[in-house]
Design a protein. Structure first.
Lengths: 115, 112
């Protein structure tokens, strides 16, 4: 089955620094990838849609200058959390649609802790 | 390798009948399981969850069954309604509130 990987799986950083998270589709091409943030009580918020060859589409309330998204190729999207603050600490999960009846393949997630 | 799998990409059910969505997992450390419903261009919406200490959890029309020995869970929707048509994802975690591992989803179509 299709696999999506994320790197790193966890990261700890100091407040004010930037952190880059990679999302890769390993055995299929993804012109679109989604970035989610997992909140307590398992709610999952769609942050943005990453589009290969064009700008990302951000959901309302998500700061595009803080959460930089670059869809560098058909298999790679990156999310950079700039000037991270402790309140940015969370799980960040990416996914890529498989093109098959609305299915998506989710990455394993990245745990970000900002000190 | 995928630790959570939904082997049926799609399911079509008549309105009023039961919808059964299946999910298998391989990681025996998973002890918390969830189902999400997703519409296009939106994030998944949490539906129902179950802890591994239970084998059944019910919430209105939705019931989740967990078979730990088979590493299998299922979501039953009774009666199915056209508004239930969406993609359903199962997810699992080691401990409630920890990182989720998702299945690939099953598209449910409920026909009037």
């Amino acid at each position: 089955g299709a696999v999506v990987s994320q790197h790193p799986s966890w990261v700890i950083c100091k407040s004010g620094t930037s952190v880059k998270i990679e999302c890769r589709s390993l055995d299929f091409q993804a012109t679109t990838m989604f970035w989610y943030r997992q909140f307590p009580k398992q709610s999952l918020m769609l942050m943005a849609t990453s589009n290969e060859g064009s700008k990302a589409t951000y959901e309302q309330g998500v700061e595009k200058d803080k959460f930089l998204i670059n869809h560098a190729s058909l298999t790679l999207s990156t999310l950079t959390v700039t000037s991270a603050h402790p309140e940015d600490s969370s799980f960040y999960i990416c996914s890529a649609p498989s093109g098959d009846r609305g299915r998506e393949f989710f990455g394993p997630g990245t745990r970000l802790t900002v000190l | 390798d995928q630790q959570v799998k939904q082997n049926s990409p799609s399911l079509s059910v008549q309105e009023g009948r039961i919808s059964i969505l299946n999910c298998d997992y391989t990681n025996s450390m998973f002890d918390y399981f969830l189902w999400y419903k997703k519409y296009p261009a939106e994030g998944p919406t949490f539906l129902i969850s179950i802890s591994s200490i239970k084998d059944k959890n019910e919430d209105g029309r939705f019931t989740v069954f967990l078979n730990k020995s088979a590493k299998h869970l299922s979501l039953h929707i009774v009666p199915s309604q056209p508004g239930d048509s969406a993609v359903y994802f199962c997810a699992a975690s080691v401990g409630a509130g920890n990182m989720l591992t998702f299945g690939g989803g099953t598209r449910l179509m409920v026909k009037p």
